[in-house]
Structures are given as structure tokens and as C-alpha cells.
Write a protein that binds this ligand. Sequence first.
Ligand code: IMP
Ligand code: MG
Length: 183
Amino acid sequence: MQRIRLHDKDFFVSISNEEIKKKVKVLADRINYDYSEKPVPLFVCILNGAFMFAAELLQSINFDCEITFVKLASYNGINSENTVNELIGLNNNTKGRDIIVVEDIVDSGNTLVKIDQILAEKGARSIEYATLFFKPETYKKDIVVKYYAMELLKNFIVGFGLDYNQLGRNLKDIYEVLPENKE
Ligand code: IMP
Ligand code: MG
């Protein structure tokens, strides 16, 4: 079993790069089918985590599209209870567009809700979510996550863009944290 250590935790390989690529291809084919008739959809990749997934996914997208890379920033508004969320780098025209948000992993869904609130105000014709991983057991929001490549249980993972305190994003396979009680 291939193991690595990041900061204070040990991880083992759980999903190979070949497997990830197969799952992403299946997802890309679904998106190709659903969007083939739509005029130049816009992919919005959420940095940092989704950079590798976006690169893999977009290579298999076969319709004319735009892709942009954004960061979600949250800061306190005029009164400190009001958190203001912003997508830094979203300069594309969004009016009347079909948008596909590209995320690394949807866990509680809190991040997704923030992104959805921002995009909903920008006049898009449609907004869908494509994520590499979806955790159905921890997701508690109403927004439908239409496109996900793989389902995960509660396990914490790294690799293929996902990090543990900023380490592990460069790994080509997915690694899962070793349960604390096992040596
Ligand atoms: P949510 O807002 O709870 O849905 O979490 C979304 C964000 O948490 C993701 O974009 C990741 O950055 C991070 N995250 C959640 N689960 C994991 C994991 O298992 N590994 C690495 N990052 C994770
Ligand atoms: Mg992320």
C-alpha cells in the first residue's frame, strides 16, 4: 500500500489517476450531451482546488465554450455580521449565459451556496455545478449538484488538486487519510 505523509497525517492511495480519468471522461460525455445545443457555455473554475479537475474535464469537452478561473473571497461588510462574498476574476459576460461551475469537492455545500448567491445576481440563463467529488452524506443544501464524477463518504482526501493545509494538490492519485486509530 503506497503511503505518504503530509504535515502530521498519513495517507494511502485510494483512487488511481487512471480511475479518476475514466470517471471524468464519463462526466464530460454527459455534459457534452446536455450542452451540445447551447450557445458558448461558460465554465467557471473555482481555484485553487479545481484546477486539475478543470484541466482534465475540459480536454474532453467538445463544444465551443469559454473557461475562466476565479477565487472565492469572503470579507466582512459594513457591519461585521454581514459577510460579503465575491468571485475574484470573474470578468466574463454572464448575462444570458449558461454557466457550469467547476468545483473540486462539495462537502457541506456552504461554499456552493456562496457561489450560487453571487452568480444568481449576474443574470445567467442557467447555472449548474460540476464537481469531482460529492459527499452525499454531509451535503445538506437544496441546490442540485447535477454533475459529479465520484461520490465519497465522510473520508478526508487529498490529491488531484485537493489539499491538506495546502499540501498534496500536485499528487496525481487521490489519497485518503489513515484512520487515527490504525497505527
Ligand atoms: P463545503 O463548503 O463544506 O462544501 O466544502 C467545500 C470545500 O472544502 C472544498 O472546496 C474543499 O476545499 C474543502 N474540502 C472539503 N472536503 C475536503 C476533503 O476531503 N479534502 C480536501 N478538501 C476538502
Ligand atoms: Mg476548494
